[in-house]
Design a protein around this ligand. Structure first.
Ligand SMILES: *Cc1c(COP(=O)(O)O)cnc(C)c1O
Length: 410
């Protein structure tokens, strides 16, 4: 019989836009014993997680809980729970993940109207507001931090306009939550979906989200509980269009996360331990302090890249603080550089997608990966690998510029 070796994953330095490195405290939390999902100890953990998520999302919303599945499961849960076939949905797109929102909305049967913006930039709020006035959508679905292009879309004015026009605003904050301010209530965002494996530094496999009573009203208006678990007396109402997905039906999921404890799916116990510990780390650090830390490491990384005379991709006025995009110099193999970084330095960075494939490198400084050690190791290694690939970067300049930002004095 074939023998399989012990699992022995290498200890990498991960500088991608996710998944990123995980604090050892989170890994330890994942080794704790399993609890039953209706055990009061476990429902206590669920309730604490909801409390911490409200602080993370900066909201007083009742509903703030994770959906089990990767980040797109949260996007899909919100969109399929509020979109009825034929509903008009406006999707402004400025990168790969905007197309994902379009794709999910189309699969929900929406009549999707897209606005496309050249990659590397973001929308002026007026462009979206004008399209809303023209198209009168029921829902606007928008990405906050677009990791494929490294851009950050301002949301406050769009939130205000959506509220005024009674449009539901759904925001993909997968890449920004826990790293860049996301003001659910202040910006009047109706539903916000976060991710775990980016700035929260928890493994992939859950999608924390929050939504307000405007979204809840829509969900309750089409509520249908699974036959075998519906409370006695609850009858299926004729004429409603129930959510197509059982797994992602927020009407049932919120009953599971409420004192009703509807027996829907089996909660991912170990992932919830991880999320709770990740959230505890975020709140111990402090949200403002955490955002400031991400800005510091962005500054050091950018100073290093500039000092190496590398060209950055995209409009810097709307740069996403947690991702830096570097243009691949002419004649250099984008993939070859990444391979050498990984093979010889154990450092992982990312390429990009679609029209940007082979054209840029993306360097993430997210969560636990956003550390001085990582930024300095990366810059030193990047210099060495670029020199090996024939790029004449000034030797030593990148690390020195970053050390300057970190205030390293003898
Ligand atoms: C990573 C990412 C996603 C998708 O997350 P998965 O966990 O891979 O499903 C969605 N939106 C944005 C902006 C992302 O960066």
């Amino acid at each position: 019989m074939k023998r399989y070796n012990d699992l022995a994953p290498s200890l990498r330095t991960i500088m991608t836009p996710g998944p990123v490195e995980v604090d050892p405290r989170v890994l330890r939390a994942m080794s704790y014993p399993i609890l039953g999902q209706f055990d009061p100890e476990f429902t206590g953990i669920m309730n604490e997680t909801m409390e911490m998520l409200r602080l993370l999302f900066r909201t007083t919303n009742q509903w703030a809980y994770p959906v089990d599945g990767t980040s797109r499961s949260g996007l899909e849960a919100v969109l399929c729970s509020i979109i009825e076939p034929g509903d008009k949905v406006l999707v402004p797109i400025f990168g790969r993940f905007g197309y994902l929102l379009q794709e999910i909305a189309e699969r929900c049967g929406a009549q999707v109207v897209v606005l496309e913006k050249e990659w590397g930039t973001v929308f002026e709020p007026e462009e979206i507001i004008r399209a809303m006035e023209r198209e009168r959508p029921a829902v606007v679905a928008l990405v906050h931090g677009e990791t494929s292009t490294g851009r950050l879309q301002p949301l406050a004015e769009i939130g205000q306009a959506c509220r005024k026009q009674d449009v539901l605003l759904v925001v993909d904050a997968v890449a920004t939550i826990g790293g860049v301010p996301v003001e659910t209530d202040a910006w009047q965002l109706d539903a916000v979906i976060g991710g775990t494996q980016k700035c929260l530094s928890v493994p992939s496999g859950m999608s924390p989200l929050t939504y307000n009573d405007r979204i809840e009203r829509k969900i309750l208006s089409r509520k249908k509980t699974e036959r075998g678990i519906a409370p006695p007396g609850e009858v299926f109402r004729e004429g409603i269009v129930p959510v197509r997905s059982n797994y992602f039906d927020l009407g049932m999921l919120q009953d599971y996360w409420s004192p009703a404890r509807l027996n829907h799916h089996t909660e991912a116990t170990t992932m919830l331990y991880a999320l709770r510990e990740g959230l505890r780390l975020v709140l111990e650090e402090g949200l403002e302090e955490r955002f400031a830390r991400h800005i510091l490491h962005e500054r050091a990384l950018m100073a290093g890249l500039y000092a190496m005379n590398l060209e950055l991709y995209g409009d810097l006025a709307c740069k996403l603080p947690v991702v830096a995009c570097v243009l691949v110099p002419d004649g250099v193999s984008e993939e070859g550089v990444r391979r050498m970084l990984l093979e010889h330095f154990g450092i992982e960075i990312a390429g990009s997608f679609g029209p940007l494939k082979g054209k840029i490198w993306r360097i993430g400084t997210m969560g636990f990966s956003a550390r001085e050690k990582n930024v300095l190791h990366f810059l030193g290694a990047f210099e060495a690998v670029l020199l090996r690939h024939g790029v004449q970067v000034p030797a030593g300049a990148g690390v020195q510029a970053a050390l300057q930002v970190y205030g390293a004095v003898p």
